[in-house]
Design a protein around this ligand. Structure first.
Ligand code: HEM
Ligand SMILES: [Cu+2]
Length: 563
């Protein structure tokens, strides 16, 4: 062991061949407590369910390519959109984001692992468990839940077959377990960020991704108990016969809507905030400029948390809430445009005049930002009560939220996966396949989801398997876009697998990025920096300034080159 100017070279020690070491693939199938392993477990599980949810979407769009209900009947269609929505939210997007948290947060803040590694592994393993419970609903009498991913009573309280084990009960159980797992994950993220930062990393020097993760997981801690509790009450109404929501027993179905949306609106920000974090990390690297307005970008996340918790009634404008409530919640909803606008402005200012490097990760980030701005415009339209009353329950809404959740969030996730792939696998991905994936995704998203706006304005209702022939034209285009999106997954998965198996080796810092994670070898050893955590001496976005991030940075980089 040699020691250069205060840096022990063990910092970069080659991974040792012990169980759980980075060269042992079997650890991905074990109860492993290394956050990097758990991160990849989450992402792989989520991508599996993206395929399942995507398959259901393909059947729906196959049905909708013609006006008649000829591929599946109405009941099956109800089950399809219920399961598609549920799987995409609870088994794809949340798990994939938990995966990014696990991979990125400890490495970005110089922690050896998450604060509670066993809780972390337990939270992950609940995902396949409730995934199986949810999928089992395809096999029980009566088929899967079919009252939508929102599962409103009284519709969700109908159990025509009278079985105790029915699709709806399994749905509620899965959602409640998902809530518990996510609460466990949130406790871990918040504690890790607040307690385990490297010496010198004040909150004001923390990467924006960590700020957005902290904000998003705070929402989880506040909101999820409402959803989970509300779902358990629904389960009681369904299988024990209580009357929390049954009007005939003195209950109130609208109470469920309050529980549900108190969490499920802010959940949108649980999804989109980390994607804002990804944009904020990638734009400075690929434009080679400092992030514009760091304190505002960080602070806007906290403002979004506060506002997101007081807007939920905008989902209930047509549910018979008093007019004063509509007014209040219309205004709070619109206020969110302010912190969000500040972020968009900061990103544009970061990109402005920069030397843009358009690799796959950057293309996905730029495409995601474009789609997000489009979704923001239709979002403001929906927040306006009279517009909402008009287009509610039409395809306009479906178009709006798919722009958010596919166009912006899922594309942001793709950007993150490409950007950090070399770091965590030790291999470069293939740019050609990556750019093909981007092209198909960007064109597919817009072909698929843009036509839903004119369809909604023309009055096409959502949740239908057949429609008036006047809607045929835009539906054909939407379905073609959907099939393109289906195809786009092929180069993506091909790239991930083939690059990981035999892609060229990645250096420690292939993008010459600034950030603690780029001072670790690729892939990082089990405990990241172990006891040799460098001392942070400046903020994370000093691009073009030549300012070092940590003490003895030059020595660390030199020994990384030798490793
Ligand atoms: C290939 C991509 C996709 C296609 C073609 C697609 C298509 C659809 C369709 C046709 C519906 C039914 C709408 C209705 O009848 O009201 C739907 C609903 C839904 N989708 Fe997707 N989807 C895709 C991707 C995604 C992704 C990636 C997510 C989330 C991460 C997602 C989340 C949802 C949700 C939550 C619903 C709920 C139903 C609702 O609120 O109406 N979708 N999707
Ligand atoms: Cu909302």
């Amino acid at each position: 062991m040699t020691s250069t100017a205060g840096v022990d070279s063990r910092i970069l020690r080659a991974p040792h061949p012990v169980p759980g070491a980075p060269d042992n693939w079997k650890r991905f199938f074990s109860f492993n407590t290394d956050a990097k392993v758990i991160g990849i477990q989450y992402i792989a599980t989520a991508l599996f369910f993206l395929l399942v949810g995507g398959l259901l979407a393909m059947i729906m769009r196959g049905e909708l390519i013609t006006p008649e209900a000829d591929l599946v009947d109405r009941t099956v269609y109800n089950g399809l959109y219920t399961m598609h929505g549920t799987i995409m939210l609870f088994l794809f997007i949340f798990p994939v984001l938990n995966g990014l948290n696990n991979l990125l947060i400890p490495c970005m803040i110089g922690a050896p692992d998450m604060a509670f590694p066993k809780l972390n592994a337990a939270a992950f393993w609940m995902v396949p468990v409730f995934g199986v419970i949810l999928m089992a609903s395809f096999l029980v009498p009566g088929g899967p839940a079919s009252s939508g991913w929102w599962s409103y009573p009284p519709v969700s309280l109908q159990n025509p077959l009278g079985h105790l084990i029915n699709g709806e009960a399994l749905w509620i159980l899965a959602v409640a377990l998902s809530g518990i797992s996510s609460i466990m994950g949130a406790v871990n993220v918040v504690t890790t960020i607040l307690r385990l930062r490297a010496p010198g990393m004040s909150l004001g020097r923390m990467p924006i991704f960590c700020w957005t993760a902290l904000s998003a997981q705070t929402i989880q801690l506040i909101g999820l108990p409402a959803l989970t509790g509300g779902a358990v009450m629904l389960l009681f109404d369904l299988v024990v016969g209580t009357s929390f929501y049954r009007p005939e027993g003195g209950g109130d179905p609208v109470l469920y809507q309050h529980f549900f949306w108190f969490y499920s609106h802010p959940a949108v920000y649980v999804i989109i905030l980390p994607v804002f974090g990804v944009f904020s990390e990638l734009f400075p690297v690929y434009a080679r400029k400092p992030l514009f307005g760091y304190p505002f970008v960080a602070g806007a996340s906290l403002v979004i948390v506060g506002l997101s918790l007081i807007v939920w009634v905008h989902h209930m404008f047509p549910s018979g809430v008093p007019q004063w409530m509509r007014d209040v919640f219309m205004v709070t909803t619109m206020l969110i445009a302010v912190p969000t606008g500040i972020k968009v402005f900061a990103w544009l200012a970061t990109l402005w005049g920069g030397k843009l490097r358009l690799n796959t990760a950057m293309l996905f980030a730029l495409g995601g930002l474009f789609n997000f701005v489009f979704a923001g415009v239709t979002g403001i339209m929906l927040a306006t009560v009279p517009v909402d009353i008009h287009v509610n329950n039409t395809y306009f809404v479906v178009g709006h939220f798919h722009y958010v959740i596919y166009g912006a969030a899922t594309m942001g996730v793709y950007a993150a996966i490409y950007h950090w792939f070399p770091k965590f696998t030790g291999h470069m991905y293939y740019e050609g396949l990556g750019k093909l994936h981007f092209l198909l995704t960007f064109i597919g998203t817009n072909l698929n989801f843009f036509p839903m706006h004119p369809l909604g304005l023309m009055g096409m209702p959502r949740r239908v398997s057949s429609y008036d022939p006047e809607f045929a034209f835009w539906n054909v285009i939407a379905s073609l876009g959907a099939f393109l999106l289906g195809v786009s997954i092929i180069p993506f998965l091909l790239n991930l697998v083939s690059s990981w198996v035999r892609g060229p080796k990645s250096p420690a810092n292939p993008w010459t990025a600034i950030g603690l994670e780029w001072l670790l070898p690729s892939p990082p050893p089990a405990e990241n920096f172990e006891e040799h955590v460098p001392t942070v001496i400046s903020g994370p976005y000093g691009y073009g300034t030549g300012r070092p991030l940590v003490e003895h940075q030059a020595e660390i980089e030199r020994s990384l080159l030798q490793a």
